[in-house]
Write a protein that binds this ligand. Structure first.
Ligand SMILES: [Fe+2]
Length: 308
């Protein structure tokens, strides 16, 4: 591992962080923390309740072919073998909670970013390691928080779409902010005419305008990446306003403005936080059903438990 880790945005661009798609350079991929040996160790020492295994179909317009699986008795080495030979996408969430050396490194990256971007202050950070097969993909979606995607090994194509009603309808976004849905955005291939398309190589990190819809396709080799999630004050305000609108509408109170500044927004945020504290707003959160088991011996690296 080299002495000094770094991440750097172009000084003339960094003022637009969280408002535009920006690519930064970093050297996280040069540390030994993402070698096969280190990844196996991490997988063997990670809480399996915080590891989500997925496989998927071929058609980016059909998100119903996104499947959740189990990895229960497999070792880290078996999991890595299955990903390398098959079509799998592992989301290893909360790595900062279980592996202090990864947390330390990523916290240091955030400190450097905050030093470069005066307007950017992050809270509620969470780090997810992605280990994914060549040619696998993640369907079109938007996240409720801000995201940085750090590429460490392999190559990814990232499509980023505008945060506008056509691409991120308010009704769907409300359900994403309240965690009732995770993949609820309608998508068609012709959206791609409006996408920014970037090929992400090891040593690059991409960030985009807050909550922009995106999809990701692995190009070659096994891909190792980190997604770091965080909130800024502005991200938090948008989540509160959209969530408040959703709850108020359910109570029969009209609420449609998505403005995050001004007296109306302040009042909605205040009321929503009070309601949340009383816990009387509960909505049904999204639930995963497991339909396959990871199997390093199977040609695709998994077996369906029954016909999906
Ligand atoms: Fe995402």
């Amino acid at each position: 591992m080299q002495d000094k880790s770094f991440v750097a945005f172009k000084p003339e661009e960094v003022g637009a962080l969280s408002q535009k798609t920006l690519v930064a350079t970093h050297n996280l991929h040069e540390t030994s923390l993402f070698s096969d040996e280190s990844l196996i160790k991490l997988l063997d020492n990670h809480n399996r309740d915080c590891l989500y295994a997925h496989t998927m179909g071929e058609d980016p317009e059909n998100p119903s072919e996104w499947y959740n699986g189990t990895t229960d008795k497999l070792t880290g080495e078996e999991l890595l073998t299955a990903v390398k030979r098959g079509k799998l996408w592992l989301n290893i969430v909360k790595i900062g909670d279980f592996h202090p050396q990864y947390k330390e490194l990523l916290d240091e990256m955030y400190e450097q970013i905050e030093a470069q971007a005066e307007h950017f202050r992050s809270i509620r950070r969470s780090y997810t390691l992605l280990i994914s097969s060549p040619k696998s993909m993640v369907f079109y979606h938007a996240d409720p928080y801000d995201v940085f995607l750090w590429q460490l090994r392999g190559k990814k194509r990232v499509y980023v779409y505008p945060f506008e009603e056509t691409f991120a309808p308010t009704k769907s976004m409300e359900r994403i902010f309240t965690r009732e849905a995770i993949e609820d955005l309608p998508y068609s291939l012709d959206f791609d005419e409006h996408a920014e398309v970037l090929d992400l190589n090891p040593g690059q990190m991409v960030s985009w305008a807050q909550n922009s819809p995106h999809r990701v396709v692995n190009l070659e080799d096994v891909n190792i990446s980190i997604t770091s999630n965080h909130y800024t004050d502005s991200a938090l305000r948008r989540e509160f306003v959209y969530s408040a609108n959703r709850y108020f509408k359910r109570l029969g109170i009209p609420a449609s403005s998505t403005a995050t500044k001004g007296l109306l927004a302040d009042s909605k945020i205040f009321a929503f936080r009070a309601l949340r504290k009383l816990n009387i707003h509960a909505l049904e959160p999204y639930n995963y059903k497991k339909t396959f088991v990871v199997d390093p011996q199977a040609p695709q690296g998994f077996r369906f438990l029954s016909n999906p």
